[in-house]
Design a protein around this ligand. Structure first.
Ligand SMILES: C[S@@+](CC[C@H](N)C(=O)[O-])C[C@H]1O[C@@H](n2cnc3c(N)ncnc32)[C@H](O)[C@@H]1O
Length: 290
């Protein structure tokens, strides 16, 4: 992104959050769902995205038969479940502070079973978070955790905003960067990892989705077609420069890291990725700060 404008939910980068919600809405009604998000369909209906994005789950389900949609929603289901399981492991290890970076329409603070003393921060653009909270309030979403939206641009001083919202550096944190890195310019990504490290007490954990060759994904049929579905120029939003893998960066900072290729995660969940999916090259990095 070269521009500094804020994005609402049906235009610019905000629509990418809605597209992920389409995937979660479809997954939610599958009999073998890897994750269920009862709010995903509500976001669609409230946003009434411009055609050709589906405006209802029924419409989305009809699209599911289209090869590019089913490949993408299959990947999103695996990604969602892999990071749900990451948070479960963090909770089991006693971590009670979580930060969702570029949370979009992720509703984990509302749909996962957090211990009552959990504090959940989520960072995204103000208009994306405003839309999400309006819909969640309308549908009576509740959470046992202390939920704190932090509306700030991750290219700016987000750490200061997180601190103002009450983030406690002395507490181990579980961080998530899902569907984020390719949207950040190189310096913002460098700063992101440095800041996460600076703010992470021993015992903190981080999960990151990454794609080693973003250009390859952009060139692939699925994303190209999704871009047409969203009536948005995804290519202009994504950065294609090559960067160090998150695991390499974090290992250099003293973290223990483990990479799980998306293909392997999908097989582990019994839902192999469609070989035609443009996301077969994606991976999930899981890191722990001793
Ligand atoms: C593909 S969506 C993923 C959302 C969510 N993590 C999920 O998986 O459902 C990308 C999100 O990144 C957010 N985003 C991209 N660049 C950002 C930035 N510089 N600052 C804050 N949010 C950003 C967008 O607003 C959008 O919600």
């Amino acid at each position: 992104m070269s521009t500094e404008q804020e994005w609402d939910i049906v235009s610019g980068i905000g629509i990418t959050a809605l597209a992920v919600a389409v995937g979660r809405a479809i997954e939610t009604v599958r009999p073998d769902a890897l994750a269920k998000d009862p709010y995903a369909a509500r976001f669609l209906e409230e946003a009434r995205p411009p055609a050709p994005l589906p405006a209802t789950v029924a419409e989305a389900m009809a699209r599911e038969g289209e090869e590019d949609w089913s490949a993408m929603t299959g990947y999103l289901a695996v990604r969602t479940r892999a990071f749900d399981d990451f948070f479960q492991r963090a909770v089991d290890a006693g971590v009670t502070q979580i930060v969702l970076l570029a949370s979009g329409l992720d509703t984990r603070p509302f749909r996962l079973p957090w211990p009552e003393n959990t504090v959940a921060y989520e960072i995204d653009q103000p208009q994306v978070l405003d839309f999400k909270m309006r819909v969640l309030r309308k549908y009576g979403a509740t959470t046992v955790c202390d939920h704190r939206p932090v509306p700030v641009d991750l290219r700016h001083d987000w750490a200061a905003a997180l601190g103002e919202a009450g983030f406690d550096r002395s507490r181990p944190t579980a961080w998530l960067a899902e569907g984020l890195l390719p949207y950040l310019p190189p310096k913002a990504e460098d700063d992101l990892f440095q800041e996460i490290h600076r703010l992470s007490a021993p015992g903190s954990r981080l999960a990151v989705e990454y794609i080693s060759d973003v250009q390859e994904v952009l060139d692939a049929y699925a994303v190209g077609d999704h871009a047409r579905h969203m009536d948005a120029d995804i290519g202009s939003m994504l950065h294609t420069d090559r960067r160090p893998a998150p695991g390499v960066r974090l290992a250099a900072l003293g973290w223990e890291t483990r990479d799980v290729p998306a293909v392997e995660a999908a097989e582990g969940y019994g839902r192999p990725l469609d070989p035609a999916s443009s996301m077969t090259g994606a991976a999930f990095a899981f890191a722990h700060r001793p």
